[in-house]
Design a binder for this molecule. Structure first.
Ligand code: SF4
Length: 336
């Protein structure tokens, strides 16, 4: 019997890792014995559900097998060794945890933060977090409310509501889950997991096809807003974060790779390759699709709208239509 139910809810903590290690289960047993078949299936499901967007809790599986499914999932992800999968898996595990954290008491949240590098102090109903630790995670958020200039500083610390603290903790946990993936997994282990790996690869392939627009990138079909943002970047203008995010997500959605996007962003005056790469890879591994036209307008990023723009609601639809046929045909709007 597992001594602490939190071990299954938070299988990435040092306590859970030590518990699994102390079980001293031989790896061949874990991979082959019937007794662990449900753990292997659950590990596979964890990864497939992550690809689909949400890891669901499983209350029917015995706690010990649920706990063991976590290292199995990590082995599967490592054997496949796909950047997109790694990021998506880490994100989904962290999001599932975020759900669980909603019901945890304050002391628990602070202890969890402590384990993952967020050294907070309580103040009234809020959390006080040193600004450097705050920035590390908050600078990935797109909502201006996270910008340091929009926060109240108190002796070098940022005041956070419990909800905000949980959201940053999710990011810290995601980094922790992602940082040592892929693990160095011997080929014989990947071989023993081959059926499970095949299931995951099928799901991954389907997701990538759905997420991306297939075919070569066609810059002449870019919508005016994206062409405008890219032109500004290449001219060395300093683009607002929202426009940079929109252009990045758009380029990823149409199948451009991370290096290609970084090359485009190289003209930006505040270009910092390490930071840019981190941000582009973060968007690449997440669920983000480029913002729709309404959002682009709200943030002032809709620029140079043309006739086709009047008939679509999303820059990706603009691209899809224009890529197919550079001549805008009557009746196209009805299909959008
Ligand atoms: S209407 Fe939409 S696609 Fe056209 S420029 Fe504006 S945001 Fe871009």
């Amino acid at each position: 019997m597992i001594p602490d139910p939190n071990l299954t809810t938070y299988p990435f903590t040092s306590g859970a890792t030590s518990y699994v290690r102390d079980l001293k289960i031989p790896i061949p047993d874990l991979l082959e014995k019937r007794a662990y078949a449900r753990a292997r299936r659950r590990g596979t499901d964890r990864v497939i559900q992550a690809i689909e967007g949400r890891i669901k809790s499983n209350t029917e599986i015995p706690p010990e097998l649920e706990l063991l499914s976590y290292p199995i999932a990590r082995m599967i992800v490592s054997c496949i060794d796909d950047d997109y999968l790694i990021r998506r898996y880490a994100l989904a595990e962290a999001k599932a945890v975020h759900e669980s954290l909603r019901t945890e008491p304050r002391d628990f949240l602070m202890a969890m933060g402590q384990e993952f590098g967020m050294h907070s102090k309580p103040l009234d109903q809020r959390f006080e977090l040193y600004f450097a630790e705050y920035i590390k995670y908050a600078n990935r958020m797109h909502d201006p409310v996270w910008k340091l200039v929009n926060r109240r500083l108190y002796h070098g610390s940022v005041m956070l509501t419990e909800r905000e603290f949980r959201r940053l903790l999710q990011e810290a946990i995601r980094d922790h889950i992602q940082q040592d993936l892929p693990l160095s997994v011997p080929p014989e282990i990947c071989g023993a997991l081959s059926h499970h790996i095949a299931d995951v690869k099928t799901s991954l392939g389907a997701r990538k096809t759905e997420f991306e627009i297939e075919g070569a990138v066609e810059p002449d079909a870019f919508p005016p807003c994206i062409a405008h943002a890219i032109a500004l970047l290449q001219a060395g203008a300093n683009l607002p974060h929202s426009a940079r995010f929109a252009a990045t997500a758009f380029l990823l959605n149409i199948g451009m790779d991370v290096d290609g996007i970084i090359h485009i962003f190289g003209g930006s005056p505040d270009f910092d390759e390490t930071r840019t790469r981190y941000q582009v890879e973060h968007i690449s591994g997440s669920e983000y699709t480029a913002p729709g036209c309404d959002t682009m307008k709200t943030y002032g990023n809709c620029a140079g709208a043309d006739d086709l723009c009047a008939r679509i609601k999303h820059p990706l639809n603009y691209y899809r239509i224009k890529k197919k046929d550079y001549t805008v045909k009557p009746g196209v709007a009805s299909k959008v």
